[in-house]
Write a protein that binds this ligand. Structure first.
Ligand SMILES: NC(=O)c1ccc[n+]([C@@H]2O[C@H](COP(=O)([O-])OP(=O)(O)OC[C@H]3O[C@@H](n4cnc5c(N)ncnc54)[C@H](O)[C@@H]3O)[C@@H](O)[C@H]2O)c1
Length: 301
């Protein structure tokens, strides 16, 4: 079994690579290093610095002949998507279509795709199930959803099996203070530098934080289970940004008060995922509470 991980040098991708390597699974990483780091993955893992839209991607498939693809590579910053929707779509939509073509042409047994709670938009203060209406508020949410439709079409047209995982806000070691779920790493960096943190809006917006090692486990489990399913991957808990700030302030010992600024375009008010389906189909359930995950994240730095 050989697994190609796109975006494998990134935050979540590198934890997936760790899991695969620990399980003795041959692993190949493709990453353009736009936000990832070569140092996040073990030296002896085959690594190709390439863009999803590069012609060289086909050469990698030809040479490596992977059986499975775990697709994490993406433009992950909501604010960037609002400024440059075309660039966002080029990576997230066109890049994924190109990857799907190669999966089809090289007989890939399955693709596992990293989608996002951003596809749901504002669902109100409730726990969201997979059947909830799709209504992205940002171009990023749209560019994560459109590939889901392509993936289902590729499955219908040429039988490519898939699992789509819609992650809640992922956090943990190696997260850089950028990107979709970066609020914890942004706050921690500010606290380490003894600077005040900025909260956009009134801080009462809530998020469902899920620990990166739990998300990595879900990806590896999905290689063999939950064929042609869409699954939420979250903790089904709501934590307001104000509560998160106070947790981190207590754990880190920072003395600064937060600075409040107006909320940003594309930001969601509430987000919480019901992951019962992932438990039923994958046997997956999160193993880290927010408290445990935050302590591990702080101690890993
Ligand atoms: N972090 C979260 O909270 C979160 C939540 C929901 C979904 N996701 C999804 O999870 C996946 C991983 O996100 P992450 O948080 O680890 O972000 P990340 O930026 O750390 O990882 C993305 C990786 O993809 C690489 N990449 C970007 N564009 C590329 C391209 N065109 N070609 C090749 N490589 C490219 C980057 O260099 C990086 O290593 C993404 O698909 C993201 O949309 C993340």
């Amino acid at each position: 079994m050989k697994v190609l991980v796109t975006g494998g040098a990134g935050f979540i991708g590198s934890h997936i690579v760790d899991n695969l390597v620990n399980e003795g699974i041959e692993t190949v990483v493709v990453d353009n290093l736009s936000s990832g780091h070569r140092s996040f993955i073990p030296e002896d893992v085959s690594f190709y610095q390439a863009d999803l839209n590069d012609d060289s991607l086909e050469d990698i498939f030809k040479k490596e002949r992977p059986n499975y693809v775990i697709h994490q590579a993406a433009q992950v910053d909501v604010a960037t998507s609002m400024e440059d929707p075309t660039g966002d779509a080029r990576t997230n939509i066109l890049g994924t279509i190109r990857l799907l073509q190669l999966c089809r042409d090289y007989g890939i047994k399955k693709i596992v795709y990293a989608s996002s709670c951003a596809v749901y938009g504002d669902a109100g203060d409730c726990s969201i199930k997979e059947g909830f209406s799709i209504n992205p508020l940002s171009y990023y949410g749209m560019s994560k959803y459109t590939p889901e439709v392509y993936i289902r079409l590729f499955h219908n047209q040429c039988g490519l099996p898939f699992t789509i995982l819609r992650y809640a806000n992922v956090y943990g070691p190696r997260q850089t203070p950028k990107g979709e779920g970066g609020v914890i790493s942004i706050f921690l960096e500010k606290m380490r530098n003894d600077e005040p943190v900025t909260i956009y809006g009134d801080g009462r917006q809530t998020r469902d934080f899920v620990y990166v090692k739990d998300v990595a486990n879900a990806n590896v489990m999905a290689l063999q289970k939950a064929n042609n399913e869409i699954l939420n991957i979250g903790n089904d808990t709501k934590t307001s940004i104000n509560e998160l700030f106070h947790h981190l302030q207590t754990l880190h010992g920072s003395t600064h008060s937060p600075q409040y600024k107006p909320s940003r375009a594309g930001d969601i008010m509430y987000s919480r995922l019901d992951s019962t389906k992932a438990l039923n189909r994958l046997g997956w359930t999160p193993t880290h509470t927010l408290e445990e995950g935050l302590i591990e994240t702080i101690n890993t730095h």
